[in-house]
Ligand binder design. Structure first.
Ligand code: FES
Length: 107
C-alpha cells in the first residue's frame, strides 16, 4: 500500500527565496494545503479564491494543474494567468510542477 502511494507521488519543487524544497503530493491534492502542510511561507485568508492573498507563480506541464477556475480567471486575469500566476487555493495537483513563492505584487 505504502509502495503504491509512493509510485503515485508527484514531485513538487518549491522555490522560496533562493531556497529549494522538494515535496511530494498525491493526485488531487490542493496546492495550498500541500504548501501549508510543509510549513512553507505562503499567505492565505479565504481559501475560496476571493481574497487573492495566496497568489504565486508556477510552472507546470500541461495537465499537471487543474485549469483556472472562474473565480481565479476573474481575480488573477488572463495576462497574469498566462505568465503562470495562480491562486494556490484553487490549484489541484495532477502532475509535477515548480512553484515560486516570492512573487509579491508582480501579477
Ligand atoms: S486564500 Fe484567498 S484567494 Fe486563495
Amino acid at each position: 500500500m505504502e509502495q503504491e502511494k509512493k509510485q503515485h507521488a508527484l514531485a513538487i519543487t518549491v522555490w522560496a527565496g533562493n531556497k529549494q524544497h522538494q515535496l511530494n503530493a498525491a493526485c488531487g491534492d490542493n496546492l495550498l494545503m500541500v504548501l501549508t502542510r510543509a510549513k512553507l511561507p505562503v499567505e492565505f485568508f479565504c481559501t475560496t479564491g476571493k481574497c487573492r492573498t495566496c497568489i504565486l507563480r508556477l510552472q507546470a506541464p500541461v495537465g499537471s494543474a487543474s485549469p483556472a477556475s472562474a473565480t481565479e480567471q476573474y481575480r488573477v486575469g488572463r495576462e497574469a494567468l498566462a505568465k503562470g500566476f495562480r491562486l494556490a487555493c484553487q490549484v489541484f495537483i495532477s502532475g509535477p510542477m515548480t512553484v515560486f513563492l516570492d512573487t509579491p505584487g508582480s501579477a
